[in-house]
Write a protein that binds this ligand. Structure first.
Ligand SMILES: NC(=O)c1ccc[n+]([C@@H]2O[C@H](COP(=O)([O-])OP(=O)(O)OC[C@H]3O[C@@H](n4cnc5c(N)ncnc54)[C@H](OP(=O)(O)O)[C@@H]3O)[C@@H](O)[C@H]2O)c1
Length: 297
């Protein structure tokens, strides 16, 4: 049985967007027993959720008006604007949680826009895939209104573990970008290694156990890297710039001789070279952050 979306209850949650992620989010809310009002541009995508108890709304405006908490999960911020702007008048007094991926600047601008229309705004970044929603593997980052986060945290925790980063709405997207950067570098490095070992006929699944063991060992150095960067002290690190320069140079040479593209490692070699040129060959590996930071200026 479903009730009409026009019935507003304090615990009701509205979800705009029922793509792969939005459907998983709606499913998690239903599993947790929340009254869940759903809307999607292509209305048929709500059918399976309606069969599980979701309340389909006839329009985005109707969906927004049905709950104090409105969660948005569309493809990009342009879609979010296109859906919300015609319904701006309905937002006053509600909390808008936008889980759509975008840039820090887009998040800040949307926070200003929502605030100007009387809504509390929380930007969110989903460190998850649809399959991990509502599992311990997933976590979501939030920034923006602290008041909104505190008021709705118990509901948000039903989607994934919540981390509040601060009142600046752009922070969740910035952290998301930073986390993606670390992840992409590790995965791309693994794929380069796979291609290199392929030249000797080693299948990826045979390489995998030792790769995992090695990368886990590398991860154990991260706290030290963080400490060195935070204290600006690179004098007593794990391994020095010049030694790592030789290793990365070798990696690129060996790859090239075997016809494997090592272009992804060339920027690291350049950073190490610049740190040496700056007169710091004996500083620890972490000190290349000083060269990276210089590019910011
Ligand atoms: N999938 C993941 O693993 C993952 C992980 C982390 C973050 N994210 C982020 O989550 C967001 C949603 O991703 P998704 O995987 O759910 O994407 P998706 O399956 O492609 O769904 C996209 C959603 O956006 C809607 N949409 C697209 N253009 C629209 C428009 N012009 N007006 C109104 N609605 C529009 C779609 O509606 P229709 O059904 O009508 O097309 C659908 O509801 C994205 O920002 C993505 O980067 C995804």
């Amino acid at each position: 049985m479903t009730s009409a979306p026009s019935t507003v209850t304090d615990s009701s949650v509205t979800l705009l967007g029922l793509g792969r992620m939005g459907s998983a989010l709606a499913g998690a809310l239903l599993d947790a027993g929340s009254r869940t009002v759903v809307w999607n541009r292509t209305a048929g995508r709500a059918d399976a959720l309606a069969a599980r108890g979701a309340v389909p709304a006839g329009s985005a405006g109707e969906a927004i008006g049905a709950s104090p908490l409105v969660v948005v999960c569309l493809l990009d911020y342009d879609n979010v604007r296109a859906v919300l702007e015609p319904n701006a008048g309905t937002l006053a007094g509600r909390t808008l949680v936008n889980l759509t991926t975008g840039t820090p600047e887009q998040a800040a601008a949307l926070a200003d826009w929502a605030g100007a229309h009387g809504a509390r705004y929380l930007d969110g970044a989903m460190m998850a895939v649809p399959q991990t929603i509502a599992t311990s593997e997933a976590f979501f980052l939030y920034s923006g209104s602290r008041e909104a986060f505190d008021a709705h945290r118990s509901t948000l925790d039903r989607l994934a573990r919540s981390h509040y980063l601060g009142p600046d709405a752009s922070l969740a997207e910035l952290w998301d970008t930073a986390l993606l950067g670390s992840g992409y570098a590790a995965l791309a490095g693994f794929l380069h290694s796979v291609a290199l070992l392929d030249t000797a006929g080693v299948p990826p699944t045979r390489f995998l156990p030792l790769a995992l063991r090695w990368l886990n060992g590398m991860l154990a150095f991260m706290p030290e890297l963080a400490r060195e960067v935070e204290t600006d002290d690179y004098s007593d690190g794990v391994s020095p710039v010049d030694l790592n320069r030789a290793a990365v140079h070798n990696l690129i040479e060996v790859s090239g001789r075997r016809g494997v593209d090592a272009g992804m490692h060339a920027p690291l070699l350049e950073l190490l070279d610049r740190r040496i040129a700056d007169g710091h060959p004996a500083d620890s590996f972490a000190s290349i952050v000083e060269v990276i930071r210089k590019r910011r200026a």
